[in-house]
Design a protein around this ligand. Structure first.
Ligand code: KG4
Ligand code: ZN
Length: 361
């Protein structure tokens, strides 16, 4: 499957509830990508339970790595480096991947590269494209993030906007629970919405014209709850009537998409960029991808969205480690995890676009 001369990277991802490993060639060809989803372990709770996630990672990490090496038809002697997600994410989950990666780096005497999960989600947009994706506005929209970034290069993405409460994927998951749909909520809502009328219920578009690159989804979630079951009081229903589910799913999805697409438009205009990269689990949503394409065509913005299988969590997107290796950014064996999202340099939004900024289209 690969020539013995090619340099291979083993990538490990365990930041949340997927245990994943991939083997990626230096030319970014993905030779193997294994993802062990934990959805069935969290389904009864309607969201990820950190303790359950960490324990499942411990059980699965070695079989997942072995399966990736098998799928790539390679041996450990062909590995040039090992990459692992160390930020942001659930602390216990991140530690499992990091411990495995350090052990491999030490025993094989190969470099360890630590990867930022958010930067990897954006980098995934470049995989399968030959056009450069930087500089650009990066939008990472997943279960844990709804963040806009000023992206100058693979590992230079600075936060310029984000959610003030729930992440978009979290809102999809919580609304699905209100509607009695299974976890993860995003695919369930997308499916239910296909049979729904998005205009039967009018949902709010929070912070749409706030003038800032911020988001809020908790009010939208509450609006769905009240439309589904009535306002709090003795007459509020405990479950949502099934006949309302398709229309409510469609109305929620349309409101969430309108806000996300509009904020992307505002970000690109504010920073005068001509490229938009969208990654993260919610970017797998079909109507959202379609709405982004329409907006970008209208605004003459070049749109990069990762293929759906690279939107949700995976290890292949840790191919960004090849860029870090080329820049000499290897990590030491006492590297630690950084569970929180905001790094100190992410707090400084740029006021003006870079002078070398983007080609106009
Ligand atoms: O990127 P991801 O796999 O994990 C995190 O880093 O959070 O994203 C998971 C999130 C979940 O909230 C899930 O409901 C959402 O992505 N998601 C979707 C779709 N597929 C996954 N949301 C909307 N539509 C989808 N088709
Ligand atoms: Zn993710």
């Amino acid at each position: 499957m690969n020539s013995s001369a090619s340099r291979l990277l083993l990538a490990i991802e365990s930041s949340c509830d997927e245990t994943a490993a991939a083997v990626v060639r230096e030319d970014r060809t993905v030779l193997a990508s294994i993802i062990a989803s934990q959805h069935e372990l969290h389904i009864d709770w309607g969201g990820v339970v950190p303790e359950i996630a960490s324990r499942a990672h411990v059980r699965r990490i070695l079989p997942v790595i072995a399966a990736a090496l098998r799928q790539a038809d390679c041996t450990t002697s062909q590995l040039a480096a090992v990459a692992v997600t160390t930020e942001p994410g659930l602390v216990g989950s991140l530690l499992v991947g990091l411990t495995a990666a350090k052990t491999i780096a030490l025993t094989l005497n190969i470099p360890l590269v630590t990867v930022n999960h958010v930067e990897a989600h954006i980098y995934a947009c470049s995989m399968g494209h030959s056009n450069p994706i930087y500089p650009s506005i990066g939008f990472v929209v997943s279960g844990g993030h709804t963040n806009l970034y000023d992206c100058r290069s693979p590992a230079d993405c600075r936060l310029i906007g984000g959610t003030t409460d729930d992440a978009a994927g979290e809102a999809f998951d919580k609304v699905a629970r209100i509607l009695g749909l299974p976890y993860p909520g995003g695919p369930s809502i997308q499916q239910a919405a296909t049979a729904g009328n998005p205009n039967r219920f009018r949902m709010p578009r929070p912070l749409l014209h706030s003038g800032r690159l911020d988001f809020s989804f908790s009010g939208l979630k509450t609006a769905v709850l009240y439309a589904a079951r009535g306002v709090p009081g003795p007459n509020q229903l405990t479950t949502t009537p099934p006949e309302l589910v398709p229309d409510l799913a469609a109305a929620f999805q349309a409101a969430a998409i309108e806000v996300m697409v509009e904020k992307c438009r505002q970000a690109v205009r504010q920073l005068k960029y001509s490229r938009l990269c969208v990654g993260g689990g919610v970017a797998a949503n079909g109507p959202f991808r379609h709405a982004l394409q329409t907006m970008c065509r209208h605004e003459h913005i070049e749109l990069f969205i990762a293929p759906p299988e690279l939107c949700t969590d995976n290890a292949a997107m840790a191919a960004i480690a090849w860029e870090l290796l080329a820049a000499g950014r290897t990590a030491s064996l006492d590297a630690d995890v950084l569970p929180g999202l905001v790094r100190p340099d992410f707090r400084r939004p740029r006021k003006s676009p870079p002078t070398d900024s983007p080609a106009s289209h």
